[in-house]
Design a protein around this ligand. Structure first.
Ligand code: 5AD
Ligand code: SF4
Length: 421
């Protein structure tokens, strides 16, 4: 019986896919181990979204093939396929994004599996805990010009409400209190069977006993509607946090990116969110130095960041991806200029994030205790509904329990909390 270690790169959907692989393998008689050194097989679940992500995975493949049976799975496997096998002949198998449930067979047969495949959802082997992931839809139909996801993840397809609710009930049975709904664009979720949209799915999920909080990501600004905003405002279980990638504050850049909204439309949505939902968190992704981005364009992004006042923002320097529409556009912002713009925005966002967070010090929130703090065993870590990390001391902070805590201090991007009796 082979022991399998799964190494995961990339986004939360990849984490979920790794749990799907683990589930399929466990059913097939394989042993899943958390310890790399005792594994016979290493599955590397990869990301392709930026060149950097692929480079990192490559260096890990190079290291692992020296001592272990290696399977490369996920987005980069889908993207590069047989090329990977050529570059690293010792790779035992390459398995694309439609082969997660067939991992057992792949570990026996070896080879390149990148065309065909199924999307069967078997058992998901979660690690246990308070908060769990669940993918509600796969793929993407938006074709943002810079993005490789539609090519490696395929067309958009939503899982049926029934299957999601079933899985959610299972999670509740395992003791999970919080579920994170995942999709590349959750706002375009649609169940083909029942016709339910994303808001309907969320409202159905709120009925599942035991699940106390539901989070979701990623929202797409062009498809986010006020029904969803109203539902989050009204329903206690739906967490007031929107991850709403803006990418740029310049309309001409947004147009070349094929994003389907203007900066003004984005701002209208974020103000609608803030008007209706108290203490809501809004986070974003920003792509810096896209083809043709002038200083003027960049300043529009700076203005937008100042106006929205994001809780936090992930920022990336643009890198060309083969096969995308933007591959035909010149990558004409010099690397040192990309870096200068990135650093400027990082600084600005850090200040804004600190200001936003500081205003929460001295207030009380419900904190769901997730587990022990990795850094300091004397503290437990938890989150507020609006996704602020809180460290709490004392015996009352038990994983899975929601406590009322006063936020007494801001440390970096986290808070120290004290339980209120
Ligand atoms: N280069 C850099 N960043 C990218 N992203 C997507 N494609 C690219 C690319 N070609 C970023 C976007 C997206 C996040 C997941 O990754 O900001 O929202
Ligand atoms: Fe996730 Fe996209 Fe990276 Fe694939 S390419 S792992 S979907 S971020």
């Amino acid at each position: 019986m082979e022991r399998v270690f799964i190494k995961t790169f990339g986004c939360r959907m990849n984490d979920y896919d790794s749990q799907r692989m683990a589930g399929a393998l466990a059913e097939d008689g394989y042993i899943i181990t958390e310890k790399e050194e005792e594994a016979d097989v290493v599955i590397i679940n990869t990301c392709s979204v930026r060149g950097h992500a692929e480079d990192r995975a490559m260096s890990h493949i190079g290291r692992y093939v020296k001592g272990k049976k290696v399977v490369v799975a996920g987005c980069m496997a889908q993207n590069l396929g047989a090329v990977l096998k050529k570059q690293f002949p010792k790779i035992f198998a390459v398995a694309g994004t439609l082969y997660f449930s067939e991992m057992g067979r792949i570990l026996r047969e070896g080879g390149v599996f990148t065309s065909g495949g199924t999307e069967e959802y078997k058992t998901v082997l979660r690690k246990g805990g308070v908060s769990g992931l669940i993918t509600i839809m796969q793929g993407c139909d938006n074709y943002c010009s810079y993005c490789i996801v539609p090519y490696v993840r395929g067309r958009e397809r939503s899982r049926p409400v029934k299957a999601i609710i079933e899985e959610l009930k299972g999670m509740a049975g395992e003791g999970y209190k919080e579920a994170m709904f995942l999709g590349q664009n959750v706002n375009s979720y649609r169940d083909r069977e029942s016709g339910a949209d994303f808001t309907k799915l969320l409202l159905a999920a709120c009925e599942v006993n035991g699940i106390e909080r539901i989070r979701f990501m990623t929202s797409h600004p062009k498809d986010l509607n006020s029904r969803l905003i109203d539902a989050v405002a009204a329903e206690e279980k739906l967490c007031p946090h929107f991850h709403l990638p803006v990418q740029s504050g310049s309309d001409s850049v947004l147009k070349r990116m094929n994003r389907g909204y203007t900066a003004a439309e984005y701002l209208a949505k974020t103000s609608n969110i803030r008007e209706k939902i108290k203490d809501v968190s809004i986070t974003t992704d920003i792509l810096i130095g896209f083809s043709g981005e002038t200083e003027e364009d960049f300043l529009r992004t700076v203005e937008l960041v100042e106006e929205v006042r994001f809780d936090s923002a992930y920022m990336f320097r643009y890198s060309v991806r083969k096969g995308t529409d933007a591959e035909k556009f010149p990558d004409d912002v010099p690397e040192e200029e990309k870096l200068r713009r990135l650093n400027y925005l990082l600084d600005l966002q850090k200040k804004i994030g600190e200001d936003v967070n500081r205003a929460y010090v001295g207030r009380e929130f419900d904190v769901l205790v997730l587990g022990e703090s990795e850094k300091d065993r004397a503290f437990m870590k938890g989150t507020t509904a609006n996704n602020k990390r809180v460290y709490i001391g004392g015996v009352l902070a038990v994983p899975g329990v929601t406590v009322r805590a006063g936020l007494t201090e801001l440390r970096g991007e986290s808070f120290i909390g004290e339980i209120k009796k």
